[in-house]
Design a protein around this ligand. Structure first.
Ligand code: MRU
Length: 366
């Protein structure tokens, strides 16, 4: 996607051919900064401290983290240790494990002398594949939006989204945003209700992306969703996911479940866009089996933004002695999901729906 006329991905190999550059998302939407990662440790910090975030981008960064380390030590022990260091950064988005499993499987088969180059090549491929997958998610999701636009006789299609499943959360295009960008580019009138997404306000990233691509949008607090849905001001909810089970349960940013409940109560379609590496074929029951990341309480206790001088500041919103809880994700059961928009088409949120689209993955259970 373009930032002030310049095309960017969210991660790319640096010109020196040995390090990686990322958009440092900690500063957005206030400041656009690029950071360089030079080691697996720096890649791990970037994932854990959310310089990069979003399931597909976490996977891509982890793949590069492994490639960075193979340049220093390409032994079997180093593959295992790098897998461990990266795996423990964030527990919920399964793309992380998918990417480092994929890298480790490839590297273990090779002579150590060939591993550094192969790791670099595969990390680049994972990024290119992500871009292509998301482009296809966009085409398949476009059909859904186009049908809604036809039913509305040309009126704007109002889409509510939660968190940031935009191009910043992937290598490019985004998952939930890809159909929106494609619809807008093809002249379909869309308007996006952007959920703030406390505590980290990833909605501000989505708003920045929408503004950058000229898509009409309105930023709302998380609790506005029920009201907007009840008033008929939402035609569809469209979110991303960090891990979807083989049976179609959807784990995504905390607050997604409440939107799904409200949508179900008012017969508003609730769609989820996902690349196939986000499907965890080993898990069948999302509520009991998916690990939910508990993040630091200070994310809830404080908010940050810019002051009247444009300086980035952090302020406290809770009394100092009040304890806080910060579960970062929740699970929406499959029966609340109208459809899963993937790179191969729109699947019913069920074991049958997913295995019909991905028979080769479903049969292996990995
Ligand atoms: O904690 P985050 O910001 O990494 O959470 C991101 C989300 O929940 C996204 O909706 C999800 O990863 C899908 S990204 C295409």
């Amino acid at each position: 996607m373009k930032v002030e006329g310049v095309h960017y991905r969210s991660i790319w190999p640096a010109a020196d051919g040995a390090t990686v550059e990322i958009i440092d998302q900690r500063w957005l939407p206030h400041d656009f900064r690029v950071a360089r990662l030079t080691s697996r440790e720096e890649a791990a910090v970037a994932i854990r401290d959310m310089w990069v975030r979003g399931a597909p981008l976490i996977g891509a960064t982890a793949a590069y983290g492994m490639a960075l380390h193979m340049q220093k030590d390409a032994s079997n022990d180093a593959i295992r240790e790098t897998w461990r260091v990266l795996h423990e950064t964030r527990p919920t988005a399964v793309n992380l494990r998918w990417a480092i499993d994929d890298m480790a499987r490839l590297l273990e088969r090779l002579d150590p002398g060939k591993r550094a180059e192969a790791a670099w090549r595969r990390a680049r491929e994972i990024c290119d594949e992500d871009v292509e997958i998301n482009r296809n998610i966009g085409l398949n999701g476009f059909d859904v939006i186009e049908r809604m636009a036809a039913a509305k006789n040309g009126g704007a299609v109002n889409i509510l989204t939660h968190c940031n499943a935009g191009w910043l959360a992937t290598v490019d295009w985004g998952t939930a945003t890809s159909p929106i960008f494609q619809a807008a580019a093809k002249g379909i009138e869309v308007h996006v209700w952007v959920d703030e997404t406390r505590p980290r306000n990833q909605g501000a990233l989505t708003a920045w992306e929408m503004a950058g691509q000229g898509v009409p949008h309105t930023y709302v607090v998380d609790n506005a969703g029920g009201h907007l849905i009840q008033r008929g001001q939402v035609d569809m909810v469209l979110t991303g996911t960090d891990r979807t089970t083989a049976t179609g349960d959807v784990c995504n940013k905390i607050g997604t479940y409440l939107k799904a409940l409200a949508a179900h109560a008012h017969d508003v379609p609730f769609y989820v866009a996902l690349p196939s590496p986000t499907i965890d074929w080993r898990v069948r029951d999302g509520v009991s089996e998916i690990p939910i990341e508990e993040r630091p309480g200070e994310e809830v206790e404080q908010v940050w933004g810019t002051d009247e001088k444009g300086e980035i500041v952090r302020v406290r919103v809770t009394p100092p002695a009040t304890p806080s809880g910060n579960p970062a994700f929740d699970v929406t059961p499959a029966h609340l999901v109208s459809g899963l928009i993937t790179e191969r088409g729109v699947a019913e949120a069920s074991a049958q729906g997913l295995s019909a689209l991905f028979p080769e993955r479903a049969s292996l259970g990995d």
